[in-house]
Design a protein around this ligand. Structure first.
Ligand SMILES: [Zn+2]
Ligand SMILES: [Zn+2]
Length: 348
């Protein structure tokens, strides 16, 4: 099969022929029809993710496709099923998986991190009976692929973690794929939304998706502007970037007893963990919540909203590109994130 191969961290990415994968016991092989290009792929390429242990490596963790081979012991899936999966593949056997929380499974695998991912014609999904999700007929493969990481993560961050209620203020710092997803989902939940980003193009998309206010992160005090707009601070704020400044802006933009959700990855830099304004967290009784994807078991509620048209992940997809184009684009993702989501079709 053709795949985008990483031979060294931070080095050139090349599209070349590699061996087709075989289905493992309990797992399947999926023929990839669409796979999203996400900032986490950039982290993996940079060597920030400890899960990427061996090279060469194939990135890619947001995917939709068709089951092409089924391993021994898979009960619920057959060749030809159109499927997606969360980027966290739970083992299916531990107490966390059995309670519906595969997103924190201690034995989890992640395509594009712990094993070869979906920037290829075929990808392996482990523990298929736990991790595969059938794609309803009305949902396109591009829209379904967007769910695997960024959209589902934003959905769970706001619903399962922050428990946003209608009428609350939600501030979203970072209007990339996960941030724009959060804007769309928060609006659908009846919240008032402030989107923050460095680039005007991203904020234009946020406005189109319903953001009530947009703020350019241009060095001015983001938190002070949020407090002025909301009359005392936001009830919920999301760091959808993963950066010390974004995290700080998110926390300081909250009202007293507000809830911060950390969605963007914040790996330690040079061994140093990010500085967090803990004095404010204590004095204002803020909640700091982590959010890590979403288990396949939680997909039906989200898919029902998509089926009804209340959520439209397809509106976040701005372009569909080839593996070769993606190999050029991926290394620039930290500085030149294009507006909206980028999907790869490995067949073109
Ligand atoms: Zn498990
Ligand atoms: Zn991702």
């Amino acid at each position: 099969m053709r795949a985008m191969v990483m031979d060294s961290f931070g080095g050139p990415l090349r599209v070349r022929e590699v061996a087709d994968p075989e289905p493992p016991e309990g797992g399947v092989v999926v023929r990839v029809l669409a796979t999203g290009l996400c900032r986490s792929d950039w982290h993996a390429w940079m060597g920030h993710d400890d899960d990427v242990k061996t090279l060469p490596h194939v990135p890619g963790h947001e995917l939709a496709g068709v089951v092409s081979a089924v391993g021994a012991g898979v009960a619920n899936w057959s060749v030809g099923d159109r499927v997606t999966s969360p980027f966290v593949e739970g083992c299916g056997a531990c107490e966390w998986c059995r309670s519906g929380n595969a997103q924190v499974c201690p034995a989890q695998q992640q395509p594009g991190f712990t094993h070869w991912g979906s920037f290829a014609e075929y990808v392996v999904i482990h523990a298929a009976d736990t991790n595969l999700v059938a794609i309803p007929g009305a949902v396109t493969s591009e829209a379904a692929a967007s769910l695997g990481c960024r959209f589902a993560t934003a959905y769970r961050a706001l619903t399962g973690r922050a428990r946003v209620e209608a009428g609350e203020w939600v501030t979203v710092v970072g209007a990339g794929g996960v941030g724009l997803s959060a804007v769309m989902i928060a609006k659908a939940m009846g919240a008032a939304v402030i989107a923050v980003d460095r680039t005007a193009g991203a904020l234009d998309v946020a406005k189109r998706l319903g953001a009530d206010h947009v703020l350019v992160a241009d060095g001015r005090d983001v938190a002070a502007q949020v407090h002025a707009l909301t009359g005392g601070g936001s009830h919920v704020a999301v760091d959808a970037v993963g950066g010390e400044q974004a995290c700080t802006d998110s926390i300081l933009s909250l009202c007293r007893r507000g809830r911060h959700v950390q969605v963007g990855l914040l790996p330690p830099l040079d061994g140093q963990h990010p500085r967090i304004p803990m004095a404010r967290v204590i004095g204002w009784e803020l909640d700091l919540l982590g959010s890590h994807g979403m288990a396949a078991a939680d997909y039906p509620g989200m898919l029902a909203l998509i089926g009804r048209g209340d959520l439209r992940p397809q509106d976040l997809v701005e372009r569909v590109i080839s593996l070769d184009e993606a190999a050029t684009l991926l290394p620039t993702l930290d500085t030149a994130s294009p507006a909206g989501m980028t999907m790869i079709d490995p067949r073109i």
